[in-house]
Design a protein around this ligand. Structure first.
Ligand SMILES: Nc1ncnc2c1ncn2[C@@H]1O[C@H](COP(=O)(O)OP(=O)(O)O)[C@@H](O)[C@H]1O
Ligand SMILES: [Mg+2]
Length: 176
């Protein structure tokens, strides 16, 4: 099978220092501010207050998915707005990226894993990362627009409801 992106390219891109130092909300906000300046997109980011530090893999994957999906919104949707929501619930992290644009064709709705050859490297890369983390990816019609929804099981080292825990201390616990 032809691979869209060599494995080592993905790992090379993993875990930007900003993500480690500043955490996911700040890193996402930084990326969003840059994209909003380069485009006409109005982007809203909501991360529920009980989302603490997640594993490096999960934080990186979420960051990359948001990057890719916002690039898709910018390139393909013709939407002037995008909304990103990250919440944790019942031992899962739920990420949604939503726009109000033209929507995707019906063939692309649902689980991209069932229909990979219809997609480009963006969604195929996301599908692969989500699969590695035992997550679930769905593309939904938002009427108008598109919702990309990703659900990940949280691991023991992911922190929920511990927003007061200092990040550094929390980080060190993870490597024990
Ligand atoms: N937010 C969106 N709105 C409309 N169409 C989209 C959106 N996201 C993805 N698409 C469609 O899905 C296709 C596959 O996306 P992707 O795998 O990222 O490849 P690429 O962006 O390189 O075309 C896009 O070409 C586009 O037709
Ligand atoms: Mg793309």
């Amino acid at each position: 099978m032809r691979r869209a992106i060599p494995d080592n390219t993905l790992s090379y891109l993993l875990y930007p220092p900003l993500l480690d130092e500043a955490g996911l909300p700040s890193a996402l906000q930084w990326y969003i501010d840059g994209l909003a300046q380069r485009s006409n997109l109005k982007i809203d980011l909501h991360i529920s207050s009980d989302v603490g530090r997640l594993s490096q893999e999960l934080e990186t994957t979420i960051f990359r998915i948001v990057q890719e999906c916002l690039t898709n919104v910018h390139r393909h949707s013709a939407s002037s707005v995008a909304r990103i929501a990250l919440i944790t619930k019942d031992g899962q992290a739920i990420l949604r990226i939503r726009d109000e644009g033209r929507g995707v064709r019906a063939q692309l709705l649902g689980d991209p894993a069932a229909n990979l050859s219809s997609f480009g490297v963006g969604i195929r890369g996301i599908t692969e990362r989500v699969r590695e983390l035992d997550g679930k990816l769905r593309i939904k019609n938002a009427n108008p627009g598109t919702i990309v929804e990703v659900i990940f099981p949280l691991q023991r080292q992911d922190s929920v409801g511990t927003k007061d825990t200092p990040k550094k201390a929390n980080r060190q616990q993870q490597s024990i």
